[in-house]
Design a protein around this ligand. Structure first.
Ligand SMILES: [Zn+2]
Length: 471
């Protein structure tokens, strides 16, 4: 009995000293090698535990490197985690160091932030090292201090949400308006859940210091308002963008009316259905119909937020101008589509001419790639877009000849098993970034011309550095 007990005790002590040596000697987290994972029972059955243990280890490392330096021995992260796991399995009294709160900033930032926090408690010999850390922390912050450039964590198939949020985050006039103090005050007075959460996220993306953050609150509020997005399935980014703009528009309308009720004299410009969303994104199409029997002409208008463009079929390459031409092409309605002519009093074959009556300030173009199968046509586009060939006679204006591309949503893969990334132009830095969920990288202009483009966002005017308080 006693020998078994002491043997167990000795084994336990050995493991503890082994664990401690790992803790002290481990010099940095390594990416989990996939080869180490194969055949491991714990990974097959307890992936959640495995991830948790790695998080614990990264945090432990953060503390241990600060507390015990100089051993210099390399300890593999996987080995380290296994040791900790086995130790916890035989002896639950093993103290796991108190974990610093893991926030959404990168590992390196967590480490450096902790380094600067600890600086005040370090001895004089460690002071030099801490100062070095502080210097690199400053360097890192300088590197990441790029307002409006912030990756978004994927919370489970949420790349479609992330790209939409990135596109809106780089829409400077929208950001400027929403982060304005007056707007924020008005939002706080009204009960606009989504707008408030969205503004908080924009604030983090523009004024925060992290290289990425988690849009969990936005996702949760969005799911409660729009139940169709309350799941972990891949969704259509274009559909979401429309829903999101509508939700924001409805929220801001509430603000507008409530403000008008409160201070009617100060809000004469606050039209019932007018918000920053409609001001920026809403355009108008004009339809001219012609009865092919009696030549009677009729006109109608329709507001739009997104232009969903057909892609010419049977070719592998075309241009965005080709898609626009196809959209605005003259069509003849025949058979069941015939329109009722008010002069003939009968349904007649009708010619329909579509034109752009009021181009929006921000033009959202959606390429209709879903046609039972995905159309993989390479649609070429450039940084500038000329809309003048599609304008109605009343809208002819030179200012629409040069729209500026500022965001592209790319889709790779299939309809239900694809991945979205966004390319957005950052106005303050005047550079493009590729956003792949939380991974952000600066890219050359030429990379923007992607064959996987699914949505293109153009602005009538090039964006300037936004005027945001605190920027
Ligand atoms: Zn007619």
């Amino acid at each position: 009995m006693s020998s078994t007990s002491s043997q167990h005790k000795r084994t336990s002590e050995d493991s503890t000293s082994q664990l401690l040596s790992h803790l002290q000697g481990w010099t940095g987290p390594a990416l989990l090698p996939l080869s180490d994972l194969k055949g491991s029972v714990i990974d097959v059955f307890l992936p959640g535990l495995w991830v948790t243990l790695h998080v614990i280890c990264i945090n432990t490392f953060v503390l241990r490197t600060l507390q015990s330096r100089g051993s210099g021995r390399q300890v593999n992260l996987t080995e380290f985690t296994r040791t900790l796991a086995s130790q916890l399995a035989v002896d639950s009294s093993v103290a796991v160091p108190v974990l610093p709160q893991l926030n959404s900033c990168s590992y390196q930032e967590t480490r450096l932030a902790n380094a600067s926090k600890q600086r005040t408690n370090t001895s004089s010999s460690a002071q030099v090292m801490a100062n070095d850390k502080h210097i690199s922390a400053v360097k890192l912050q300088t590197r990441w201090n790029r307002p409006g450039v912030c990756g978004l964590d994927n919370s489970g198939n949420s790349c479609y949400l992330n790209v939409v949020l990135q596109c809106l985050c780089s829409t400077v006039p929208l950001v400027e308006h929403l982060l304005n103090q007056d707007t924020r005050r008005d939002l706080a007075k009204s009960k606009c859940r989504f707008a408030e959460v969205f503004v908080r996220l924009l604030e983090e993306m523009w004024l925060g210091r992290s290289s990425s953050c988690a849009p969990l609150e936005a996702r949760s509020v969005l799911s409660s308002i729009l139940p169709q997005f309350n799941n972990y399935c891949q969704q259509d980014a274009q559909e979401l963008l429309l829903f999101l703009l509508n939700t924001l528009h409805d929220d801001l309308k509430k603000t507008c009316s409530s403000t008008r009720q409160l201070r009617p004299e100060q809000n004469r410009n606050c039209a019932a259905d007018f918000t920053i969303v409609s001001h920026l994104f809403e355009g108008q199409l004009s339809y001219k119909t012609l009865c092919m029997h009696c030549d009677h002409q009729a006109h109608s208008k329709q507001a739009f937020t997104v232009l969903s463009l057909p892609i010419p079929t049977d070719i592998i390459k075309c241009s965005i101008q080709d898609c626009l031409s196809l959209f605005f092409e003259q069509t003849i309605l025949t058979g069941g589509e015939q329109m009722l002519c008010s002069v003939c009093g009968l349904r007649r074959e009708t010619v329909v001419l579509t034109s752009l009556d009021k181009p929006p300030e921000i033009l959202l173009l959606h390429l209709k790639r879903w046609n039972q199968v995905k159309l993989r046509t390479n649609v070429g586009f450039s940084m500038k877009l000329d809309l003048t060939p599609f304008l109605s006679s009343s809208a002819q204006n030179a200012s629409y000849s040069s729209y500026h591309l500022y965001a592209v949503v790319n889709h790779t893969g299939h309809l239900n098993m694809g991945h979205y990334t966004a390319l957005c132009h950052n106005a303050p830095a005047q550079v493009w970034h590729c956003f792949d969920d939380s991974i952000v990288r600066e890219v050359q202009d030429r990379v923007v011309q992607s064959p996987n483009a699914y949505m293109l966002l153009y602005s009538c005017k090039p964006f300037q550095k936004p005027k945001i308080q605190g920027l």
